[in-house]
Design a protein around this ligand. Structure first.
Ligand code: ZN
Length: 262
């Protein structure tokens, strides 16, 4: 994209944001890849090296060998705890500090929006959060760091310290239902916003991809910032084909200029 075109589009997005009364930001894997987190579903991603069949919810709860493999993968992965937020995360956090953010709805499980400073209660994690594990029997939650210490000490299948139930990473697995309360609240926020910003998602994974559809159906304006095309490109008021960090940093600067001038 030519620089001049990019400036125009960034300016349009900033205008929409400044004039919005309720803005929802929706983030996908494209926001996390800039923090070095692999897109699980892309070529070279985890699912091209492992069989997704081994990682379904049903298999995890019924097959101890699958659990052992899963914990091993998470232990080796270091895919979450070491990752740092990138400029896209920080730009979104700053929009919140400016009082412009209703909430973030994310497909990502890496906790990076919270790490960048968006308050927990404003982050709706449709696919859960890998930085936690939960007991399937009593519901007790454990930070992944704690579990990792136990794995590093040689435990192959950490169980619940309270009831010895099965511990499962708090991210949504293949074949597992999305958390109904989070999904419901996210859908409602989408329907009630006037501006919906998609960042780094190709909008092909459902039900997450219903969110922008809910927003548009209810009359909200749609912005899509993504490197590749999406099924909703034609619904977008502004479409920016660029990396998330680069585009959002530029948008934030423009928003601040406009705020200062008004
Ligand atoms: Zn338990």
């Amino acid at each position: 994209m030519e620089t001049r075109d990019m400036d125009t589009l960034v300016n349009q997005v900033a205008d929409l944001m400044v004039n919005s009364r309720r803005m929802v930001v929706f983030t996908g894997a494209g926001v996390s890849t800039e923090s070095g987190i692999p897109d699980f579903r892309s070529p070279g991603g985890i699912w091209s090296r492992f069989d997704p069949e081994d990682f379904t919810y049903q298999k995890f709860v019924s097959d101890s060998e699958a659990r052992r493999k899963h914990w091993q993968l998470l232990r080796e992965g270091s895919l979450t705890t070491d990752a740092r937020p990138n400029p896209a995360h920080y730009a979104i956090t700053e929009l919140d500090s400016l009082g412009m953010l209703d909430c973030v709805i994310t497909q990502n499980v890496d906790n990076l929006h919270q790490k960048a400073g968006v308050p927990d209660e404003k982050v709706f994690e449709l696919h859960g959060n890998l930085l936690w594990a939960a007991c399937l029997s009593c519901g007790r939650r454990y930070p992944f760091d704690e579990i990792k210490l136990r794995l590093d000490k040689g435990e192959e299948m950490p169980d619940c310290e309270a009831c010895h139930g099965i511990l499962k990473p708090a991210a949504v697995f293949f074949g597992e239902a999305l958390p109904a309360d989070v999904l419901g609240e996210a859908a409602q926020r989408s329907q009630n916003c006037d501006l919906f910003i998609v960042i780094g998602s190709t909008l092909v994974v459902y039900p997450a991809a219903y969110m922008p559809q809910y927003a548009v159906d209810a009359g909200a304006k749609l912005v899509i910032i993504n490197l590749s095309s999406t099924p909703m490109d034609n619904d977008a008021t502004v479409l920016i084909s660029a990396k998330a960090g680069e585009a959002m940093s530029a948008v934030l600067e423009k928003v601040k200029e406009k705020k200062a001038a008004s």
